[in-house]
Design a protein around this ligand. Structure first.
Ligand SMILES: *[C@@H]1O[C@H](CO)[C@@H](O)[C@H](O)[C@H]1NC(C)=O
Ligand SMILES: *[C@@H]1O[C@H](CO)[C@@H](O)[C@H](O)[C@H]1NC(C)=O
Ligand SMILES: *[C@@H]1O[C@H](CO)[C@@H](O)[C@H](O)[C@H]1NC(C)=O
Ligand SMILES: *[C@@H]1O[C@H](CO)[C@@H](O)[C@H](O)[C@H]1NC(C)=O
Length: 359
C-alpha cells in the first residue's frame, strides 16, 4: 500500500511542472484556516498564548534559518500546498497585515487566518495554549476581508474572485487533545458537537463566497510524541487514535450532506489518518527512519516539552517524522501536501486537491 504513496509522489514530480500554468489560471488565491499545522505567524501577535514558535530552533531549515512562528523546522503544510499550487509565496498571516493598505493590497492574493492551539470548537484553546483565534473568529476575520473586497470590486466581482479561490482548512486536533485531557467522556456526543460546529463554519464561509474547499482530517493523534508519553508502553495512545479515526468518518459524512444543501460547493477531503498510518507502517520508501522521537524537545520521545534553543537538535531532520512534541517535520508535511495534491481516492475524496483546482 505504501507503494501507492511512493508512486503518487513520483507522479507528482512529473505532473507539477507540466500543470503549473493551468493550475495558476484556475486558482487565483488561497485562504487558509485552522491550527498550528498551518499557522504562518498569526500567534506572534497574541500576547497571552503559550502556542508560539517565533524563536529558535523553530525555523532552523526555513530560508535564513528564521523563526517565523511556523510550528516546524521549515515550511509547513500550508506553505507546501501553496508551492504545489504554483504560488511563489504562501499567503501571509492576517494579523501581520496591520494597516488597511497592507490588507487591501494583499486580499486578492490570499491570506492565512490560522492560529496555533485553536480548534473547531470556540471553547478549545485555553486548556493547552491560552489565548488563540478560534475558527469562529477566523471566519469573522475573513468576513472583514470580504467586506473590503466588496468595496474594491463590488459584490459580484468579489464573489466571482472567491469562487476561483481555494479555501484550505486544517483543524480539529486541538479539540481532540483538550477533550482527551479533560478525561474524555461520550465520544459520540463530542463528535456530534464537533461536526455540527465545523458544518456551521463551512456554511458561513460559503455564504461569504467560498466555493472550493480543501480540507484535511486529523492524523493519528495518539502517535504524536506528546501522546506516546501518556502510554506506559510508549506505543501510540490508542484512545486518541480511535477518536481521530472516527472523526474522519463523521466529518466525511457531514461534507457529503453539506454539499447537497450548498449547490455550488466543491471539496476535496484529505485523509491524514491514512496518509500518516501508511508512513508508520512502511517508512523506508519515504526515507523516514525515526517515527517516534521528535527532533527537538525533552523527556521521553522528546514528547514532554516544546522545542527551544537550549534543547539539542536531532542529527538528521529529514529522517524524523516529528519535529517537536506535536508537529511534523518539514519533510513530513511536504509528503502530506504532495499526497493531498495528487493522490487517489484512498487518501483524498471525492477528488484530490489538484482536481479541485481544475474544476
Ligand atoms: C500585545 O502587547 C503589545 C505591547 O504591549 C500591544 O501593543 C498590543 O496591543 C497587544 N496586543 C493585543 C492583541 O492585546
Ligand atoms: C455538546 O454541546 C452541548 C451544547 O453546547 C453541550 O452542552 C455539551 O456539553 C457538549 N457535549 C460534549 C460531549 O462536548
Ligand atoms: C527550554 O525548555 C526546557 C524544557 O522545557 C526548559 O527547562 C528551559 O527553561 C527552556 N529554555 C528556554 C530558554 O526557554
Ligand atoms: C539525512 O537522511 C537522508 C535520508 O535518509 C539522507 O538522504 C541524507 O543524506 C542524510 N543527511 C545527512 C547530512 O546525513
Amino acid at each position: 500500500m505504501a507503494e501507492t504513496v511512493v508512486f503518487t509522489l513520483l507522479l507528482a514530480f512529473c505532473l507539477v511542472g507540466l500543470s503549473l500554468q493551468t493550475v495558476q489560471a484556475k486558482i487565483n488565491a488561497m485562504f487558509v484556516f485552522g491550527d498550528s499545522t498551518v499557522d504562518v505567524g498569526n500567534n506572534n501577535y497574541l500576547n497571552n498564548t503559550k502556542a508560539k514558535a517565533n524563536f529558535p530552533h523553530y525555523g532552523v531549515d526555513f530560508p535564513s534559518s528564521t523563526a517565523t512562528g511556523r510550528f516546524s523546522n521549515g515550511f509547513n503544510t500550508a506553505d507546501q500546498l501553496a508551492q504545489q499550487l504554483g504560488f511563489p509565496m504562501s499567503p501571509p498571516a492576517f494579523l501581520s497585515l496591520q494597516t488597511r493598505q497592507s490588507l487591501t493590497s494583499q486580499m486578492f492574493k490570499g491570506i492565512n487566518f490560522a492560529s496555533g492551539g485553536s480548534g473547531i470548537l470556540s471553547h478549545t484553546g485555553p486548556l493547552l495554549a491560552g489565548e488563540v483565534i478560534p475558527m469562529s473568529m477566523q471566519v469573522r476575520h475573513f468576513a472583514m476581508v470580504r467586506c473590503n473586497m466588496d468595496k474594491s470590486k463590488g459584490s459580484y466581482g468579489a464573489s466571482d474572485f472567491l469562487s476561483r479561490s481555494l479555501f484550505f482548512i486544517s483543524s480539529g486536533s486541538n479539540d481532540m487533545f483538550e477533550y482527551s485531557l479533560n478525561g474524555e467522556g461520550d465520544d459520540t456526543a463530542f463528535l456530534v458537537n464537533l461536526t455540527s460546529s465545523y458544518k456551521n463554519h463551512l456554511k458561513a464561509l460559503y455564504h461569504l463566497g467560498a466555493r472550493k474547499f480543501g480540507i484535511v482530517s486529523v492524523p493519528p493523534l495518539g502517535c504524536c510524541p506528546s501522546q506516546r508519553v501518556r502510554n506506559p508502553t510508549g506505543e501510540c495512545y490508542e484512545v486518541l487514535n480511535d477518536i481521530s479515526r472516527t472523526s474522519y468518518a463523521a466529518i466525511g459524512a457531514m461534507l457529503k450532506e453539506l454539499q447537497m444543501d450548498l449547490p455550488e460547493m466543491k471539496y476535496a477531503f484529505g485523509n491524514a489518518y491514512k496518509i500518516v498510518s501508511y508512513v508508520l507502517q512502511d517508512p523506508q520508501p519515504l526515507h523516514f527512519k525515526e517515527l517516534k522521537v521528535a527532533c527537538c524537545g525533552g523527556g521521553p520521545y522528546n514528547g514532554s516539552y516544546a522545542c527551544n534553543q537550549t534543547l539539542p537538535l536531532c542529527a538528521n531532520r529529514t529522517e524524523h517524522l516529528f519535529w517537536d512534541w506535536f508537529h511534523p517535520t518539514q519533510a513530513a508535511s511536504e509528503m502530506a501536501a504532495e499526497t493531498l495534491f495528487t493522490a487517489n481516492k484512498n487518501f483524498v475524496t471525492p477528488i484530490n486537491f489538484q482536481q479541485l483546482t481544475e474544476l
